[in-house]
Every structure is written in structure tokens, then in C-alpha cells.
Design a protein around this ligand. Sequence first.
Ligand code: ADP
Ligand code: MG
Length: 829
Amino acid sequence: MVPSRRSWNLGATPSLRGLWRVARARARERELGMARPAPAPASPAARPFPHTGLGRLRTGRGRDTLVGRDEDSSARVAARPGLAQCRARSVEWADSGSPRKLYLTVQVENLKEKLISQSQEVSRLQSELGGTDLEKHRDLLMVENERLRQELQCCEAELQALRAQPAATPCQGCEHVQESTQLRDKVSQLQMEVLENKGMLSELNLEVQQKTDRLAEVELRLKDCLAEKAQEEERLSRRLRNSHETIASLQAQSPPVKYVIKTVEVDSSKTKQALNESQARNQHLQEQVAMQRQVLKEMEQQLESSNQLTTQLRSQISMYETELERAHGKMLEEMQSMEEDKNRAIEEAFARAQVEMKAVHENLAGVRTNLLTLQPALRTLTNDYNGLKRQVRSFPLLLQEALQSVKAEIGQAIEEVNTNNQELLRKYRRELQLRKKCHNELVRLKGNIRVIARVRPITKEDGEGPKAASVVTFDPDDDAVIHLLHKGKPVSFELDKVFSPGASQQDVFQEVQALITSCIDGFNVCIFAYGQTGAGKTYTMEGTRENPGINQRALQLLFSEVQEKAADWEYTITVSVTEIYNEVLRDLLGTEPQEKLEIRLCPDGSGQLYVPGLTEFQVQSVEDINKVFEFGHNNRTTEFTNMNEHSSRSHALLIVTVRGRDCSTGLCTIGKLNLVDLAGSERVGKSGAEGSRLREAQHINKSLSALGDVIAALRSRQGHVPFRNSKLTYLLQDSLNGDSKTLMVVQVSPVEKNSSETLCSLRFAERVRSVELGPGARHTELRSWSSQEHLELEPACQTPQPSARAHSAPASGTSSRPGSIRRKLQSSA
Ligand code: ADP
Ligand code: MG
């Protein structure tokens, strides 16, 4: 509940605190009073006043009598029977004494009663009006108190005047005399009692005094609003005491007065008690008022906080309202703008629609016109469509017929092509046969075994002086003749071809080219380089990096030929590099070059030979060849002799196998090209070799002799060819016999110091070339070709033929034949 009156003056907070303090002090006093057992009062006046020190009567000091006047007293007396009784008694007593005194006493009594009623009024008002109004009323009451005090003073002054008058003599013959006597007796009795109680009272007074002091101390602490009232009441009680004293002195003077005093005393004590009770009630009410105030204060605080909250809420509400208003305004604006947009859009759309409508109308008109013109076209199209439909229906039949006729035509064409192809193939095969036949005829005319000589240029190694002078000359009209000046005597030899020192590698290769090409056609070919160490065998066969010899050129030629025929033929070219040293065959491309290889007959009964474990590399380019040669070269055993800086003591073989397959006929060919760099043919005695060197030389001579024997046997068409006499001939068996082709390049050193070896080499060459003669000659030749003879040619050299075309062959009648054949070939060419 929020009080309706909110504007109370709360400036009286100290007063409230004072009231609270007073209440506390009184409560403490009450406790003290209750702790002490109250002695049985002999009379109402002797009863102690436990609740308050205010308005206390000190009975031991005298008897006080309160007198006063009050116009309203009768009404109040009627309301309070106890008080009315007291007053009746006072009046009764006053009648026996001075009426004025009695009146005053009654007046005092009335004033006190009025004070009590005022206090009650204060309480009531306090309960009704609350703290602030209570204070106002307190002020009013204080004014009232002041007024009453003044009245009391007046009464006391009158009482004083009465006391100053001489004591009234007892009325003679008064009916009250007896009663007065009785009263005096009673008074004296009472006085006795008073005296008895005095001691007790003095003790009590002492105690009361102590308590009073203590209370006074407490009261001193209470300096708030009730302090003034307390002081006032103290003052009143002091005055009352004075009155008591006055009364006591009057009593001492006159018994009736004493009597009255006694009455007053009794009344006064009663009044005091009533006053105390009133004060206690007042106190209680004040406490309640204080509590109410507390509650009120809390409520006010709550109200204040509620007010604050309300204020805040109001401010928020006002803020929200403002916000709402603004939003509303904004929304209205937006709605307005949207409305405008909408109207604008509608207008635009309408305009656009009108334009489109117009265009559509125009289009429609155009379409209508078109429709009118298109109708005849549609009719034509429909007719066409029907015609086409009919055609389509008949199309499969037409198509089938056409297909059949086309098929028949194609079949006929294919047949014709096949027939043509067959004819072409037959012609091609015939051409191949013819070519081979021609080639064979050419080779036959040239000879299956041909011998050419190549004279190397004089080099630095040959030194200087007469020993290094050239002893070789050539016939400018015949490139098959060579002249040697041996020990001052000229010796001439006729071979198939002689290359002077000026001949290039290409020139030499040109001569052997036909042989190499025949390898592709499935012929086996052997090309040997024969001659003493340093005569240029390796140069001719291998050549240098910048100027390669027959080996590399042959392979290059094979590659190009194979490439040319690639449309019809598939070829594979493989190479092996071997070496025969001391009659031991070794694989120079193998991982174990020192390993001894064997030559075996093929188990298929073809009579072919093969070398188990021999490495074969397939080559496709010059780079492959170079790698293979390098690898083989590293593995080759080379040793130096004192005749030349480096001399090969072994036969080096490059075996090229060309396998071909005719793609159209499936015909397979296999041709072998054996390119042999023979070991030095010099004689052991001249090279000064001994021990192992001698054994090497012996092996070399043996194998070279065996080669000579084989070639001689082949040229003379002997039934038995001694292939097995050396590893070299045995290995090359299938490349030497049959329709195989062999070329021997005899390398010649031109210098004088080598003339003996040159002579031997040329004699060997001539003999090889000339063995092909008739059976008788053959036979003769065969005899002259022993392995030993290779080493024993020297004496023969010493008996040169007289003719420039002298031949070492004994049968002069047969020696001209190869030359005549060559000439025939030249003339035919
Ligand atoms: P061989 O193999 O017969 O022992 P080489 O081929 O090693 O002899 O030749 C010996 C030397 O002669 C080498 O230095 C070589 O270059 C050189 N030689 C050989 N023939 C010719 C030639 N036709 N042109 C130039 N130099 C050659
Ligand atoms: Mg060599």
C-alpha cells in the first residue's frame, strides 16, 4: 500500500531517533523494575514508579497537593470514574478545610487530568496522523503544557497566600469538630504509618535515586525531540515537589491542612500512576509510530524506486513512441514512393504493351499475307512430298539392285587386280632370278675369289733415307699391275686391281660394294685384309673416325639398301666381333672375352656351322656400329713388336649377318658378310720374335697358310677343301665355299726396307688369284700351296720373272686368263 499523502516533512528524523532512544531507555527501566520484587505498598503513595522517572513523586520530602480549575473538568470526570472519585474525595476534604484551598487542589487535579487527556489526545492524534503530525501536536501540547504551567503557578501563588493567612480556629460548636477530631486521629495514625514507611521509603528513594540518576544519564543521552518535554515534565515535577513541600509545611502548621495534604498526596500518587501509565502507553504508541515510520520509509523507498522505474519506463515508452512514429513516417514515405513506382511501372508496361500489340498486329497482317501466298506453295510441296514418298517406298529395291551390280563390278575389278598382281609377282620373281643370275654371272666373270692390292702412303714411321724410299711403282695404263723394285731388281705382279697410295677409302670401298650388296640377296661374303704389320690392314678395314674403312661403310651401305627395300622386305642386321689368337676363338662382344669358343656343326643336319655362346648385336644405325666396334676394340688383344709401334698378332673378324624376308612372298634370305683384319703376315725371323712371340707367329703363319690352301682348293674346285686346318678357315667355311664370294685385299708397304715382305705378300696374292685355272693347273697349284710355303716364299722372290707381267705362278699359259676376263669386263662396261 502506498500512502496517499506523500509530502510529509521528514526533517524530524533526529526526533524519531530520540523517541526510539526514550523507548529503549524505558524498556530497560521496565526490565529493572520487573527484576526487583516490589515491596507490598502500605499505601498508593508509597508504591514505586517503575516505568518512568518523569513526574515521579518523592513522598519522603513532603506532601504535595495539586489544585487547579478547569471548566470542562466535570465532563472529563464523568468519562473517568477513578478520577472523579478522587476529586469527590478532595472536594469532600476541602469542605472540611478552606474552600479556596480545596478549589485549588481540585484545579491542580483538573490540570493534571487535562494533561493526561492531552497526552491521550497526543497518542490518538499520533496514531491517526503519523509521525510528522505527531510532532506538530507535540508542539501544540507543549504550548498547552506551558499554559497549564502558568495556571499551576497562579494556583500555587494563591495557595501561598492562603498559607500566609493565620490558621483558622476551629469552629465553636461545629458539627465537624468531632469528625475533625476523628480525622486528626486518623491523620496522626497515618502519620505514624508515614513515619514507618519513611524508612522504607528512604531506602526505596535511595534506590530510586540511583535509578533516577542512571535514567537521568540515559535521558541526557536522549537529546532529541522528547528532551524538551522531559525537561518540562521535570520542571513540572519540581514545582509539584515544591508544592508538596509547601503542603508539608502547611500540614505541620495545621492538621486539617495535613489531612488535605495527605489526600492530595494520595491523589497525587494516583495521578502520577495514571500519568505513568499514560506515558507508558504513549511510549508504546511512539514505538508503534516509529515502526510505522520505518515501514513508511521502506514503502517510500519502494515508491521512489517504483517511481524511478516508472520514469524510466515512461521515458522508454516515449522513446519507443518516437521510434514508432518515425518508422510509421518512413513506412508511409516508402509506401508513397512504391505507389509512385508502381504507377510508373504500370504506365510503362502499358505503353510497351501497346507498342508490342501494334507490332503483333502488324506481324499478324504479314503472316496472313504470307499464308495466302504460301498456300499454293504448300500444295506443290505436298505433291512433291507424295512423289518422294512413293520414290522412297521403291528405293530399297532400287538400292538392292544397284548394290548387286556394284558388287559384281567390284568383284570383277578385284579379280582383275589379283590377276594383274599375280602377273606382276611372277614378273618380279623372274626379275629377281634374272638379277641374281646376272649378279652371279658378273661375279663369275670377275671371279668368285678376287685379289686386289693396296699400297699405303709413306708415313713418318717409315723414317727417312734410302731405306724409306719407295720401291713400288704402277702402270699408268693398267690399274691391275704393280712393279716392285726388290734389291735392285724390278718385279711385276698382275692382280684384279691395284690401289696406289693416293686411293681413298671410298675408292677401295667402291670396289667391294657389289660384294656387300650381294649379301643382302643372301650371299656369303668374305673380305680379308692381308699383309705385314704396318702395311695398312686395319686402316683399310676399320679406318679412322673421320675416314672410316670398309667395315663401317659396308654397314652403312647395308642400312641404306635395307631402307630402300623396306617397302617389300623386312631385314634385321646383327653383328658379332671375334678374334682368333693362337688358334683360339674369342668373343670380343661377350662379357668374358677370354673365354674360348668352339665351332660346332648345326644339329639340324644342314651342314651349317655355328659358334655356341657367340654374342650377336642387332644394329640399326651408325651409332650402334660405332658402339659395337669400340666395345670390341677394347677387348681385342694387341701387342707391340719391335717392327712397328703396334702390331696386331691376331685375326679380327667382324661378322655381319643380314636376314631378310620378302613381305609379299614370305621368302627368307640370309647373307653373311665376314670382314677379316688378318694378323701380320711378316716372317718370324725378321720380326725377331722368340718364345711366346714365336709361337704367336707360328700360329699366324699356320692359319694364313691354311687360308691360302682353302682358297686354292676352292678356286681349283677340289673335292676336298681343308677348312679344318685352322680355326679361321673352319669358322669361315660356309662363307668361303659354294657360291660365296671372297675378296682379298693385300696391303703393301711401299718403302725399301719392307720390300722383302712386300714381295712375299704380292706373291701370295698372285698365287691366290691364279689357282682357279684348269684341273691340271689346279693340281699343280695345289702342290705349291703348302702351309710351309707361306713362310718360304723368300727364295722365289729372289728369282723374279723377266717380264713386267711376270707371275709367280709356274704355268705362264694360264696366268693371262684373269687379266683377259677383267679386260673383257672393262670393255663390256
Ligand atoms: P696394319 O694394321 O697392317 O698393321 P695399320 O692399318 O695399322 O697397319 O697402318 C699402319 C700405319 O699406316 C697407320 O698409322 C695408318 O694410319 C697408316 N696407313 C695405312 N694405310 C694408309 C693409307 N691408305 N693412307 C694413309 N695412312 C695409312
Ligand atoms: Mg692392324
